[in-house]
Design a protein around this ligand. Structure first.
Ligand SMILES: Nc1ncnc2c1ncn2[C@@H]1O[C@H](COP(=O)(O)OP(=O)(O)OP(=O)(O)O)[C@@H](O)[C@H]1O
Length: 249
């Protein structure tokens, strides 16, 4: 379970990205986070795995006080959270298999990872997820030879190979052809349903959020302005969330 209590983030330049956000997310949920550009969606996700340090408030994930973690404990926690970035964040000169294997690093002492000494079991797990995202024939291809959509699928396989307790995806379709959105969200949804792993995904296209999520959180100027089921997000509520921008609707 994720419990966020009165989370506030003020960046050093004074920008208030999150204001007093409190929310509880039960295990196994598939949550879409929506809102205009600059609303705080990315900052919220990043506070959950401490890519951003909260200014105030608490973030609890399965009983761990994430905001208080330091050093080795923080690194250990991060390994249990799969994070999927808009820009993939892969090592592009390495192969698909090598990238997905890095998802297994958290299960070994650092020296084994540095030397690339993975176990048979790691290879089996990595290959399972490479197959799952439909890239079995590209296993030994360097990532820089792949299309954007394929690269994002590698990033998803890497996150799954972590066998995480939580997957956070920050606009994973934003730099891809819109037609690929269904592929990316479909993979995350399928994984969520099969493994029961909680998935939080930032989606700026409302229609996609409605189609895939069970629950929707909406941010506006750093505040959580909606928290409810897809059915509860009526057109009137959506208009309030996107006030001033019809483009998103
Ligand atoms: N490192 C930073 N330093 C200062 N301000 C920041 C930093 N990162 C984000 N911000 C600001 O915090 C606010 C929230 O940004 P955030 O990226 O969380 O929004 P978002 O809803 O994810 O928007 P987008 O979809 O455009 O990424 C914005 O005003 C943004 O400019």
């Amino acid at each position: 379970m994720i419990e966020v209590n009165r989370l506030t983030k003020i960046f050093p330049d004074g920008t208030r990205a999150l204001s007093d956000v409190s929310v509880t997310i039960p295990d196994g949920d598939f949550v879409a986070i929506i809102g205009l550009s600059g609303a705080g969606k990315s900052t919220f996700l990043r506070c959950l795995n401490r890519l951003v340090d909260p200014t105030e408030g608490e973030v609890w994930v399965n009983g761990v006080n994430v905001a208080a973690l330091k050093g080795a404990e923080l690194r250990a926690y991060r390994r249990t959270v799969g994070f999927i970035f808009q820009q993939f964040n892969l090592v592009t000169r390495l192969t698909v298999l090598d990238n997905v294997l890095t998802g297994r690093l958290g299960y070994h002492p650092t020296w084994r990872g540095v030397l690339g000494l993975y176990r048979e079991q790691d290879y089996a797990i990595a290959r399972t997820y490479i197959r799952r995202v439909g890239l079995a024939d590209k296993e030994n291809t360097r990532v820089d030879q792949l299309s954007g959509g394929q690269q994002q699928r590698v990033a998803i396989a890497r996150a799954m190979a972590q066998e995480p307790q939580l997957i956070l995806a920050d606009e994973p379709m934003a730099s891809l052809d819109p037609r690929l959105s269904d592929v990316i969200l479909g993979l995350l949804k399928e994984y969520n349903e099969e493994k029961g792993v909680t998935v939080l995904v930032n989606i700026h296209v409302l229609e996609l959020a409605r189609r895939y999520a069970r629950r929707i959180l909406a941010f506006n100027k750093g505040r959580l302005v909606f928290d409810g089921s897809v059915e509860e997000l009526t057109p009137e509520r959506a208009k309030e969330i996107y006030a001033g921008s019809l483009e998103a609707l």
